[in-house]
Design a protein around this ligand. Structure first.
Ligand code: C2E
Ligand code: CA
Ligand code: CA
Ligand code: CA
Length: 275
């Protein structure tokens, strides 16, 4: 009884009808945008804090909707999951990103987000491996970022998928570390190459001794487990200086560089290296 056009819709609050309509339209637009590769990878630098150089980029999906403008990735990824097109969306972004990254300097990594849902897909590692083979981007330069909620969702499936990725020579990073799902026993059972310290721990960082203490402890933990650490959300010079003092290996954030499109990334790399 929710189809538009019939008299039955009169019973609904106008805003509800409108919301339903907008949502249906958004779903259709999303499916079309995926098919047309309209959802574009942007790239945010990951900076080696010791060498003071870019070690690679995180892929962040961007969708400029023709009517609604920029739609945040958190939102359209959730919609893609709900309507069952997350695999298609992810493949489209990943394929474009591998192609873009082919002309980056040989030592640079490409860090790609997988949604928790994708990690319970038994074929996920094979899909990534196939796209790597098809584009010619080397597995050793790929990092797959997984949030802790993926492990809560289905630990056994996630563990299996992670094993396959690592067997293929792909690195795995634990994203948004410290946001609440942290389970240290799971962390020791799974082999992560690196962790990304969530930006909620980095904001207000320099004014809060307790927060500095927490980050110091996370860095000690990651070192103890043989993992590489990246601090997310660095927004000012003080935060950067403090993280350097604490010995954090890698940083990411607006202060170091905002996410930019493929063209701008290419231009940026031209100014610092020979591409
Ligand atoms: P994330 O993986 O934690 O990505 C980092 C987010 O922090 C990005 O937001 C980035 O723009 C933002 N950020 C980076 N530096 C700073 C900073 O200094 N300050 C602040 N306030 N924010 C900063 P974005 O691009 O809106 O992405 C949001 C989330 O959407 C991502 O969080 C990730 O979970 C998801 N996402 C984005 N692209 C993809 C994708 O291709 N696939 C999947 N599965 N998820 C994606
Ligand atoms: Ca991420
Ligand atoms: Ca993150
Ligand atoms: Ca996040």
């Amino acid at each position: 009884a929710k189809r538009s056009g019939g008299n039955d819709i009169v019973e609904f609050e106008p805003s509800m009808v409108e919301l339903h309509h907008q949502r249906t339209q958004l779903e259709q637009d999303l499916i079309q945008a995926i098919a047309d590769n309209q959802i574009k990878p942007h790239y945010q630098p990951l900076v080696d804090l010791t060498k003071e150089e870019i070690r690679g980029f995180e892929v962040l999906a961007r969708w400029t909707h023709p009517v609604q403008g920029n739609i945040p990735p958190d939102m359209f990824i959730k919609v893609a999951e709900e309507i069952g097109v997350i695999t298609e969306l992810s493949d489209s972004i990943f394929r474009q990103a591998c192609q873009d990254a082919l002309d980056w300097p040989q030592h640079m990594i490409l860090s790609f987000n997988l949604s928790p849902l994708q990690l319970s897909d038994q074929l996920i590692s094979q899909r990534l491996i196939d796209i790597l083979a098809e584009t010619g981007f080397p597995p050793s330069r790929l990092v797959v970022e997984i949030t802790e909620s993926a492990l809560v969702h289905d630990f056994d499936a996630a563990s299996l998928a992670l094993g396959k990725l690592r067997e293929a020579g792909i690195q795995v990073a634990l994203d948004d570390f410290g946001t609440g799902y942290s389970n240290l026993s799971q962390l020791s059972k799974l082999q992560f190459d690196s962790i990304k310290i969530d930006r909620s721990l980095i904001s207000n960082f320099t004014r809060d001794e307790k927060q500095i203490g927490i980050v110091r402890t996370i860095l000690a933990l990651s070192e103890g487990l043989g993992m590489y650490a990246t601090a997310e959300g660095i927004e000012d010079e003080d935060q950067l200086a403090t993280l350097r003092e604490l010995g954090c290996e890698c940083g990411q954030g607006f202060f170091l560089g905002r996410p930019i499109g493929a063209e701008a990334t290419h231009e940026l790399l031209k100014t610092i290296e020979q591409v």
